[in-house]
Write a protein that binds this ligand. Structure first.
Ligand SMILES: *Cc1c(COP(=O)(O)O)cnc(C)c1O
Length: 469
């Protein structure tokens, strides 16, 4: 080992120059910071400090892959993530600046028009949205405007209404509230947890802008009978002359049924179906948020709702609530379409549904539960406790499952089945058979303790899961 001397005189005053960006290297430098959480801090933080603070707080969020409450995609391939990162600076509305992104959106609409059997795909019109909620607003606005034009002599004055099952997703309540349309809801009845075509027709009158059919219901994963609904409305037209269009809310099912039940008629094959929406970020297999709205033809989408933006020296028609919106999700949707094709989507949805049906069967075998649905339509099923189970309820199960990280909502059904409380399990791509087995193991392990409870323990059921559809 060499032997060194202390500093020489001429070196004693020498210092290094530090770029201000290097400040974060001081391990105690950040410790004097105490940024407020609810007011814009006065001074900046080092990026590493800011990153770590935000990252650490978010660790307390649930693990999205164990979230069996959500329909929204929680896993995509790394390549999709890279593409999305490459596009995160592109604004979807800047059609002129990003013409290729605009073109990919156009191709997605064309692919969906074909997938949903538009009689003339070239005549179909559609757009991307932030999700099904925005798509449903747009579809509802088109229905309302068409009705208003047909009834120009009576509207304003007459009050428009929209007929649907009480099991509709909350976006339809929003639509009716925001756009001043009366919501006419068909209640549940006995073991019928979704729309009954005859009951829907009975609610229709000359002020009905349309009927919403859901493929499938968020409450239990079941498909509503769209064929029967259209037939019942055909009969109504024959009887009374009332011509009521149907909108299909295919938030989930419009990306499941075309692959797994190609012969099921629910789409533009039915002439009464005017428009369809889906969530690209549900079984479309894209991270949030992207949705799609399509109309059978330009008659179904009144021209006066359409706005135009610059596009390659001309203009491009647009229909949206937002102006700026990220392009990345639309690009990711195109990637998924290209990557999987029909065969790939079929394989992905089939394996997800296989997981759902086998998990449902496994739960049924435990003996403590009664299945309302079996996961054989949407890969989603709802269950409740068996009649002889009195020591615990679905809210207790939901709460105890959280201990293992599993997020499974428990909630009470609406009219006329407020007496019924259920758990709902949403299976998605990425919830593998292995994870499903682990879930079933955890549930099985909890049962002896639950059975030993003196009575159900969850007092505030509203607060128990804080779940909204
Ligand atoms: C999820 C869902 C919606 C809302 O869709 P978002 O994409 O979350 O806005 C609407 N209808 C149904 C049937 C749904 O499942």
């Amino acid at each position: 080992m060499a032997l060194h001397k202390g500093p020489e005189k001429q070196h004693q005053q020498r210092v290094m120059s530090v770029n201000p960006f290097y400040g974060e290297a001081n391990p105690v430098g950040g410790m004097a910071e105490a940024p407020p959480t609810h007011r814009l801090p006065d001074a900046p933080l080092a990026p590493s400090t800011a990153y770590q603070l935000v990252h650490d707080e978010l660790m307390l969020d649930g693990n999205s892959r164990l979230n069996l409450a959500t329909f929204v995609t929680t896993w995509m391939e790394p390549q999709a993530g890279v593409l999305m990162a490459e596009c995160r600076d592109k604004n979807m509305i800047d059609k002129d600046e990003y013409p290729r992104t605009a073109e990919l959106e156009r191709r997605c609409v064309a692919m969906l028009a074909d997938l949903w059997n538009a009689p003339d795909p070239a005549a179909a019109v559609g757009c991307s949205t932030t999700g099904s909620s925005e798509a449903c607003m747009l579809a509802g606005m088109a229905l309302k405007r068409r009705w208003a034009k047909r009834n120009a002599d009576r509207y304003p004055g007459a009050r428009p209404n929209l007929v649907m099952g009480i099991n509709v997703q909350v976006c339809w309540e929003k639509f009716c509230n925001f756009w001043e349309v009366e919501a006419r809801l068909v209640p549940m009845e006995g073991d019928r947890f979704h729309l009954d075509p005859q009951a829907a027709v009975e609610l229709c009158d000359e002020n009905t802008i349309g009927v919403v059919g859901i493929l499938g219901s968020t409450f239990d994963g079941s498909y509503e009978p769209i064929v029967d609904l259209c037939a019942a409305l055909d009969a109504l037209q024959e009887r009374t002359g009332l011509d009521v269009p149907v909108h299909v809310d295919g938030a989930s099912g419009a990306m499941v049924a075309p692959f797994l039940e190609p012969d099921l008629e629910w789409d533009f094959r039915l002439p009464r179906v005017a428009s369809i929406n889906t969530s690209g970020h549900k079984y479309g297999l894209v991270y949030p948020g992207v949705g799609w709205a399509l109309w059978r033809d330009t008659d179904a989408l009144p021209e006066d709702l359409v706005f135009r933006v610059n596009y390659l020296g001309g203009d491009m028609p647009t229909f949206a609530l937002n102006f700026s919106r990220p392009g990345a999700q639309v690009v990711a949707q195109y990637y998924s379409f290209l990557r999987l094709g029909r065969e790939g989507y079929r394989a992905v949805q089939q394996s997800t549904r296989d997981v759902a049906t086998s998990l449902a069967d496994g739960i049924a075998e435990l003996g403590d539960f009664r299945l309302l649905t079996r996961g054989d339509q949407l890969p989603v099923f709802a269950l409740t406790t068996a009649d002889d189970v009195t020591s615990y309820d679905v809210f207790d199960v939901s709460r105890r499952l959280r201990e293992g990280g599993w997020l499974v909502p428990a909630y009470t059904f609406p009219a006329n089945r407020e007496d019924l409380s259920v758990l709902r399990v949403v299976c998605r791509n990425g919830f593998s058979r292995d994870l499903a087995d682990l879930f079933l193991d955890d549930l099985t392990r909890l049962l002896p303790e639950l059975r030993r409870q003196p009575h159900p323990l969850t007092r505030d059921k509203e607060a128990a899961t804080g779940f909204h559809h």
